[in-house]
Ligand binder design. Structure first.
Ligand code: FAD
Length: 392
């Protein structure tokens, strides 16, 4: 079978792989994008994807830069405020974008809406060729190229192979890069719910001893919930009938939006923390969940992936301008160095929050309550946190 040459082969067309293909395609790199799953392009009116993301301001900027944001914004819910409080005491913190003179903190968007917008953008880029739906059968490497052999026998080779193939990345395995995995022993229960009171364009999060519970505002007035709990507790919640679940959810949420009136399909996602010990190798780079998986409590996973994409694209564009080999390790290390600190800091912060709020030890409970109130009162610290969450 003949081999087709590209500048970059991207394995994995989730949101991270798609956005990288769009950026590199616009910069006129010849890109192959390989994805094994058929995307969802149509859905019944009034339905909501269970995968709903809090998209930071920085991520919206990236999506705007590839012309995808105008296709997304009309279907996104802008949120201006956020309330975080602790079930184990009176600690409470309130973030309001108006305090920063900003129009909003971010947007809540369905994953499939972003996916469809990026596919529309990519469909107009002659530099990007999509191979979908098809999986990768094997890999090959030489000094001057990396190649993937598709399950249908086609061979794609490039100066650079990018693994955007999620947490079970085969590209990472192919490169022999070890990923450190720790299981949180938690599952996230995800569902769409209707409440007695409107969400007030606010994201809500309550820390329970069993894990955080988030209510994210949707455009149609309902909320998407992410309820992280121990595996036993999550299975118990999944097994409840709808009425009992709504009652348990309302109570767990302090009835902040009144009673929970209705719940749709409920799905569990296992929660793990994972980080690749390296994110580059000769002619190879990892982005998004292939490089790092974090707890969803602050809704930062795909936002971190978009930051990887921005950095990697900038490094590759600069290397080409300087007539350097885009697959050279010395070039790719710039990407690794630039992203390492931010990715690690976010991962550790998520872990810190999880352990702090999961603790039943009284001094820790006192500290975290006092901490929430102190942060709420200390305006500069609060503004710093808000800016970080917005990705600014
Ligand atoms: C419950 C929950 C809530 C979350 N909420 C948020 C949030 O609010 N905000 C946020 O920023 N993040 C959130 N996240 C994290 C977010 O889901 C991930 O960080 C994000 O989906 C990672 O995107 P990705 O493109 O890197 O990987 P993926 O979405 O996993 O995409 C990888 C793609 O590669 C494809 N693929 C894999 N192997 C192959 C192969 N061999 N050949 C071809 N294709 C392949 C897969 O089909 C898939 O499409 C949440 C996660 C969970 C579990």
């Amino acid at each position: 079978m003949s081999e087709t040459q590209f500048d970059v082969v991207i394995a994995g067309g989730g949101l991270v792989g798609l956005s990288l293909a769009a950026l590199l395609g616009q910069a006129e790199f010849k890109v192959a994008l390989v994805e094994s799953r058929e995307p969802q392009l149509d859905w019944p009116q009034g339905s909501v994807d269970l995968r709903v993301y809090a998209i930071s301001r920085a991520s919206a900027e990236l999506l705007r830069s590839v012309d995808a944001w105008p296709l997304i914004e009309a279907q996104a819910c802008a949120y201006r405020e956020m309330h975080v409080w602790d079930a184990g005491g009176g600690g409470d913190i309130h973030f309001d974008s108006a305090e920063l003179g900003e129009p909003g903190l971010g947007h809540i968007v369905e994953s499939r809406v972003i996916e469809k917008a990026l596919l529309t953008v990519i469909g107009q880029l002659s530099a990007v060729t999509r191979f979908c739906p098809v999986g990768i059968a094997s890999f090959d490497a030489a000094d001057d190229r990396r190649a993937v052999v598709l399950e249908d026998g086609r061979v794609l080779s490039a100066a650079l192979l990018v693994g955007a193939d999620g947490k079970h990345s085969r590209v990472r395995d192919h490169a022999g890069i070890h990923a450190q995995v720790s299981n949180y022993g938690q599952q996230a229960l995800v569902a769409v719910v209707a409440c007695e009171r409107g969400h007030a364009d606010t994201a809500w999060q309550r820390f329970l001893p069993t894990g955080p519970l988030a209510f994210l505002p949707l455009r149609d007035g309902r909320c998407s919930i992410v309820w992280s709990a121990t595996t036993d507790e999550a299975n118990r919640l999944l097994a409840l009938d709808d009425a009992a679940f709504c009652e348990a959810l309302g109570e767990a949420f302090d009835f902040r939006l009144g009673k929970v009136l209705d719940v749709g399909e409920r799905v569990l996602f296992p929660l793990v923390r994972q980080h690749a010990e390296r994110t580059v190798a000769p002619r190879l780079a990892l982005v998004g969940d292939a490089a790092h998986v974090i707890h969803p409590l602050a809704g930062q996973g795909v936002n971190l992936g978009f930051k990887d994409v921005r950095e990697l694209a900038d490094v590759l564009i600069a290397a080409r301008q300087q007539r350097r080999d885009i697959g050279a390790l010395s070039v790719l290390r710039r990407y690794e160095r630039a992203r390492k600190g931010d990715n690690m800091a976010t991962m550790l912060a998520m872990d810190g929050f999880k352990h702090l709020f999961g603790s039943r030890v009284p001094p820790v409970r006192w500290l975290r309550n006092a901490g929430l109130d102190l942060v709420d009162a200390a305006t500069p610290v609060k503004h710093l946190i808000m800016r970080a969450a917005m990705g600014l």
